[in-house]
Design a protein around this ligand. Structure first.
Ligand SMILES: *[C@@H]1O[C@H](CO)[C@@H](O)[C@H](O)[C@H]1NC(C)=O
Length: 196
């Protein structure tokens, strides 16, 4: 720095400006982090693929080539879901919403689904809001990580991740998934009351 000062005053000025910009960017990042509120939820989603209480239907089935690691399945198999979401793992636990969307068998070789669901929340602090979850579900892994890619209402601009687990296989047609949601939403601005 001393050398730069003596021989290259312009270089010193450039360094000072660059450092100031870096400091400003770091402060903005910290402010951005401070101004998000955490969203933590643990939800249970009931996939019922048959019987009178069915909530998941096969849309595309057996069209693609036979699957390499899931006998009886074919690449591209797709299910539409309108699953009940409850507070606890039992289907009799209080309802908190519906998980609506699709699963597609998206790997030709591995047991991997790509999931795209929106959870419409119907009780509690986020009643009337939705949270959008998407990602890769490697079904034989104990815990899978999917992304929280957005939301609406009180969950607008939600971002984060979901730890996704098969919580319980109750029968051939009923399986419960646990969605452990770790996300955040922008916090209301400190001066929101003053300016509105
Ligand atoms: C959720 O919101 C709807 C619409 O405002 C309302 O009718 C319903 O009672 C609320 N449910 C709960 C459990 O708070």
């Amino acid at each position: 720095m001393a050398i730069a000062n003596k021989h290259h005053p312009l270089l010193l000025a450039v360094v000072v400006v660059a450092l100031s910009l870096a400091a400003a960017a770091a402060a903005a990042t910290l402010a951005g982090l401070r101004h998000r509120s955490p969203v933590r939820m643990r939800l249970y989603m009931h996939d019922v693929i048959g019987g009178p209480e069915q909530t998941a239907i096969r849309l595309i089935w057996g069209v693609g080539p036979p699957h390499k690691s899931m006998p009886g399945r074919t690449f591209g198999d797709t299910v539409a879901v309108d699953d009940l979401v409850t507070e606890g793992p039992s289907i009799g636990s209080p309802a908190v919403g519906r998980a609506q969307g699709t699963y597609m068998l998206s790997s030709q070789r591995e047991a991997v689904l790509v999931v795209d669901i929106t959870v419409a929340i119907t009780s509690g602090a986020y009643n009337g809001s939705t949270i959008v979850v998407a990602g890769r579900d490697r079904v034989r892994d104990e815990t899978r990580e999917l992304a929280v890619v957005g939301g609406t209402g009180a969950l607008r601009e939600a971002a984060g991740y979901v730890l996704w687990r098969t919580a319980k296989v109750w029968s051939e047609i009923h399986m419960t998934l646990e969605l452990d949601v770790h996300a955040s939403v922008p916090a209301p601005a400190d001066d929101a009351v003053a300016t509105e």
